[in-house]
Design a protein around this ligand. Structure first.
Ligand SMILES: *Cc1c(COP(=O)(O)O)cnc(C)c1O
Length: 387
């Protein structure tokens, strides 16, 4: 009998410990982890530098209020800004908090310049921005909002429907918010030319561009931010998942213009940006943001994609498409992926679903080529057995 509420459909498996790309279950089995707690364990499990950081910081200071200065947070914010378009950062504890703060920043900016009616946020239908009351309505998914009343302020357009996107912008629109790569929605990449057009459109309509990089950011795409390659400068970017490497951290990055609305008292968080979290964030950042590390992500990605595309040729009736960027990979099947994922798990490979029959593969960013090889062997085997 479990005392945990039934809001998850959990697999009957628990883990005792992890090391690198592997997880060890309580019943003594070894699994290759290619979901990384959903893009969270960016450096795999029990990375020695993260273990040391937690150990050292835990002896010094865990938590102080944001009523005081927090040097560890200053340091991480500076690194994030020096890596990007951003001038300022607010730290949070999760992705949903970061996206919700992004919405607040956008609305507050227009309020502060005397346009209090500009509050509406335009999002992609069936995207994912988190599970708070506001963010489920941002996602525009019936499944996630059903039974939870109503939170207004969001409009939606279909992925790739540029006509509808333009039509949905009105005088009360404050921002367009999209994931640079849609994660839960099925690993759908927004092409660079589209990001550029989005930026142009926002400039023309004098509205803000929010790029949700909670899943695709922090090195996952092979660049530190997924939007970098397009040369587009967003106004606001929420991040989370990968930046903590397993420690709950969220952050919203913003430019100077929009930050001007965030005056003292407009937003806050008890835990957000505490010294323990920031110490971990700094260590993850120092490792993940180097050119050498990111080049290696690109190399692993190239290898993975080329081999997966070969498997697609080998099993043309099973695999419809290989999608994604960097180490955010989707294998789209022709039919429901549940059985496929179960079979992968039976063969000791952990993956997770995404929409549109996609098997999502999110290895640690420091995954080894031989581990990718092992994953490919298992995927090949399952494809051969499932026909
Ligand atoms: C996971 C995710 C979120 C929500 O993050 P939580 O930490 O689960 O609150 C928001 N946006 C995107 C794109 C995500 O993938």
């Amino acid at each position: 009998m479990s005392y945990l509420a039934k809001n998850y459909n959990r697999k009957k498996i628990a883990f005792k410990h992890g090391k690198g790309s592997y997880l060890f279950s309580t019943d003594g089995k070894k699994y290759l982890d290619m979901l990384s707690g959903i893009a969270v364990n960016s450096l795999g499990h029990a990375h020695p530098k993260l273990v040391k950081t937690i150990r050292d910081q835990s002896k010094k200071l865990w938590h102080v209020s944001n009523a005081f200065e927090i040097p560890e947070g200053e340091k991480l914010a500076k690194k994030l800004c020096q890596k990007s378009f951003a001038d300022y950062v607010i730290f949070q504890n999760s992705g949903a908090e970061a996206t919700e703060a992004a919405i607040k920043v956008a609305r507050r900016y227009f309020y502060s310049i005397g346009k209090p009616n500009k509050t509406r946020i335009l999002c992609i239908k069936n995207s994912f921005h988190g599970r708070t009351l506001a963010t489920i309505f941002a996602s525009g998914s019936k499944k996630m909002t059903e039974g939870f009343g109503y939170v207004g302020g969001f409009d939606h357009f279909d992925f790739g429907d540029h006509k509808s996107l333009k039509k949905k912008i009105n005088k009360n629109t404050a921002a367009i918010m999209v994931e640079t790569v849609l994660g839960e929605g099925g690993i759908k990449v927004i092409p660079d030319w589209c990001l550029k057009e989005l930026r142009k459109l926002c400039d023309k309509k004098k509205i803000l561009l929010i790029l949700d990089e909670v899943q695709c950011g922090v090195g996952r795409s092979g660049d530190f931010f997924a939007f970098e390659k397009s040369k587009v400068k967003p106004d606001i970017v929420p991040i989370a998942k990968g930046i903590g490497g397993g420690f709950p951290i969220g952050a919203v990055l913003m430019n100077k213009k929009v930050a001007s609305g965030m005056t003292p008292g407009t937003h806050g968080s008890t835990f957000g940006g505490n010294p323990l979290a920031m110490a971990v964030g700094n260590t993850v950042m120092d490792i993940v943001s180097t050119k050498k590390f990111l080049n290696n992500v690109k190399k692993s990605s190239k290898f993975f994609f080329s081999k997966l595309n070969k498997l697609k040729e080998k099993y043309p009736s099973i695999i419809k498409e290989i999608r994604g960027r960097g180490l955010l990979i989707g294998i789209q099947l022709y039919t429901d992926q549940t059985k496929f994922i179960k079979k992968l798990m039976d063969n000791k490979l952990l993956t997770i679903r995404a929409a549109e029959n996609v098997v999502r593969i999110l290895p640690p960013l420091n995954v080894k080529i031989k581990e990718i090889d092992l994953a490919l062997k298992i995927i090949d085997k399952v494809c051969s057995e499932i026909t």
